[in-house]
Design a protein around this ligand. Structure first.
Ligand code: C2E
Ligand code: MG
Ligand code: MG
Ligand code: MG
Length: 286
């Protein structure tokens, strides 16, 4: 629909755009309340050794589970939160919760490596973000082996010198820093020289299509090759079936993560899982 405005210009009134803006506005109001009333929770997805099949680490994945209504995906609400300061309140909560949970599991004897946390672009640009990160990790009596960071390529490209220096400091102290969704961003390989990272997570789109598409296989192989040549750990994301797992293994990926092994789950699910794993390995040895 179009109508003539006072100045004689044609103004388009787009119902779809209007609905979308309204939807986002309502959603961000609900999200703000959700943070206040504690409707956020962390799920954890195991990262499994490609060689031994053992659970080594976990990735923390945020969930918003409203008291009423359906769960909202972080793919929908993180970009929304990114438009305001709300992302910082959410990010602070995630960091605190993950540290608390890691310390809690240590105290109760759960055998586990790191919990890796996702950071968005705006979070990483906030001043003092790395001091805050380290302070929180320390406050829970944790260190670089306990909590890691995941950043996408595009977030890294947009990082300024100060941010890169902050990341480098964490890297020098031994913290693990992964490039998430690797291969889908706009960086060139030369950036790998610049970014202080320890791991590459091959985006699940390549892993998904690798069994059928030789191009995806080639990209995966090349990623593993360059990653290993640079001394980085390589993780295959989104492994959903046996075929994809076999390929990831043949290509010498170090770690695998995906629904074929485990879906993201709440803390009690992880506890049951790890208790079973310990029992299984005892069965084997006894
Ligand atoms: P991501 O960091 O790349 O996380 C992996 C996503 O892939 C997760 O979606 C996970 O549930 C999903 N996934 C894992 N294995 C499989 C599989 O085998 N098949 C398929 N189809 N999917 C799989 P999720 O939990 O919906 O998260 C989406 C994105 O939201 C994340 O992508 C991350 O970018 C962002 N996100 C999640 N939690 C946080 C957070 O605490 N902070 C920030 N800043 N971003 C977060
Ligand atoms: Mg991630
Ligand atoms: Mg990813
Ligand atoms: Mg992603």
């Amino acid at each position: 629909r179009a109508k003539l405005s006072g100045k004689g210009q044609v103004v388009y009134f787009n119902q779809q755009l209007h609905d979308e803006l309204l939807h986002q506005h309502r959603l961000s109001e609900r999200l703000e309340r959700a943070v206040e009333v504690g409707e956020l929770c962390l799920y954890y997805q195991p990262q499994v050794s490609a060689i031994s099949g053992r659970i080594e680490h976990l990735e923390a994945l945020l969930r918003w589970i409203p008291a009423e209504g359906l769960p909202v995906s972080p793919a929908e609400f993180i970009p929304l939160a990114e438009r305001s300061e709300l992302i910082h309140r959410i990010g602070d909560w995630v960091l605190e919760e993950a540290c608390w949970q890691r310390a809690e599991w240590r105290a109760s004897g759960v055998v586990l490596g790191r919990i890796d946390i996702n950071f968005s672009g705006r979070q990483i640009k906030r001043s003092g973000v790395f001091d805050h990160f380290e302070a929180c990790v320390e406050r829970y009596g944790l260190g670089p082996r306990d909590i890691g960071i995941e950043l996408t390529e595009n977030v890294l490209i947009e990082a300024d010198d100060g941010t890169l220096a902050g990341l480098r400091r964490l890297h020098d102290r031994g913290f693990r820093i992964a490039i998430d969704d690797f291969g889908t961003g706009y960086s060139s390989l030369s950036y790998l020289k610049l970014f202080p990272v320890t791991s590459l997570k091959i985006d699940r789109a390549f892993v998904r299509d690798a069994p059928k598409q030789s191009e995806d296989r080639a990209i995966m192989e090349a990623t593993v090759f360059i990653g290993h040549r640079l001394g980085l750990e390589v993780v295959a994301e989104g492994v959903e079936n046996r075929e994809q797992l076999e390929l990831a293994r043949e290509m010498r990926c170090d770690m695998v993560q995906g629904f074929y092994f485990f879906r993201p789950m709440a803390a009690p699910g992880i506890e049951r899982l790890l208790a079973d794993t310990v029992r299984d390995s005892r069965d084997l040895s006894g």
